[in-house]
Ligand binder design. Structure first.
Ligand code: KMH
Ligand code: ZN
Length: 273
């Protein structure tokens, strides 16, 4: 079977130092967490950025600063900015990092509840606008799907030319408002995408390690990191994203697969070197 690409979602937009004191805000903290994840086997760094006080921002200059600093320490890592940003941000704000022409960026393919009163809004026109921009700038989208209907939206927009072929999905399981983090639902998602598409799996909260283990068994790729979960096990907070990636890499190896290097990840995802 293909090697396993590990993505580290090191920062997120909603998780804070109150959840785990090691959640990175400053550029130095972002680099520290990216490096720990990279050294443990992550080839993709999924990136949100913050102001020093922890408030989320999609400012292009902050992204440039963080990406450049990460690339100094983790030379060949694939840095994948978020275009989801934080709940409530405008489209203009969210799309900014795509103008840096990163190799990849996320493309969220539907609207969903996001806990409490929060709604993560992605209208069809937003998805088309973001998808078209990524095609124009040769940025490969990681198609974020929080529910099955979002897979169908992505497939429809692929047919209409807003998303290129060789689609790469991220099944985000267990969001409070999205599909649940269960074996049955992960199978359903996996069976809903074309056979030539690649996929990674994120489990939010306590389902993180169950979901990634299932993905490894199903031939998929995996994502871990503070954005999705801050615990190593019940009641034990992770000291770093590196610890979470290390545990994920151990699961990959225990289940008989190997961890992909960044070069191998580029080959699997059809990214230009
Ligand atoms: N922060 C969430 C509202 C993405 O990175 O594209 C959206 C999110 C998805 O994290
Ligand atoms: Zn994200």
């Amino acid at each position: 079977m293909e090697k396993v690409i590990i993505t580290a979602a090191i920062s997120g937009a909603e998780v804070t130092k109150e959840h785990n004191e090691n959640v990175p805000y400053t550029v130095e903290e972002v680099v520290r967490e990216a490096k720990a994840a990279y050294d443990a086997g992550a080839s993709i760094i999924h990136l949100h950025v913050r102001n020093d006080d922890g408030t989320p921002t999609q400012d292009i200059n902050r992204f440039r600063e963080c990406i450049d600093a990460i690339k100094e320490e983790c030379m060949d890592a694939i840095v994948q900015p978020s275009t989801g940003g934080a709940v409530g941000m405008s489209n203009e704000e969210r799309i900014q990092p795509v103008n840096l022409s990163p190799e990849m960026a996320t493309l969220d393919c539907g609207t969903c509840n996001f806990g409490g009163d929060d709604i993560f809004v992605n209208t069809e026109n937003t998805i088309k606008e973001f998808g078209k921009k990524m095609i124009d700038l040769n940025v490969k989208p990681e198609i974020e799907v929080f529910d099955k209907g979002m897979v169908d939206m992505a497939l429809r927009l692929n047919k209409k030319g807003f998303i290129n072929d060789n689609m790469h999905f991220n099944f985000v399981m267990g969001v409070n408002g999205g599909i649940s983090g269960t074996y049955r639902d992960l199978m359903f998602m996996r069976q809903s995408i074309p056979s030539n598409a690649t996929f990674t799996v994120s489990g939010v909260g306590r389902c993180q390690f169950d979901m990634i283990a299932l993905s490894v068994l199903m031939g998929g790729h995996i994502r871990v990191g503070f954005e999705d979960n801050v615990y190593m096990e019940k009641g034990v907070k992770a000291k770093s994203n590196g610890e979470l990636v290390q545990k994920a890499a151990n699961i990959v190896r225990e289940l008989g697969r190997q961890v992909a290097t960044p070069k191998e990840a580029r080959e699997i995802l059809n990214l230009e070197a």
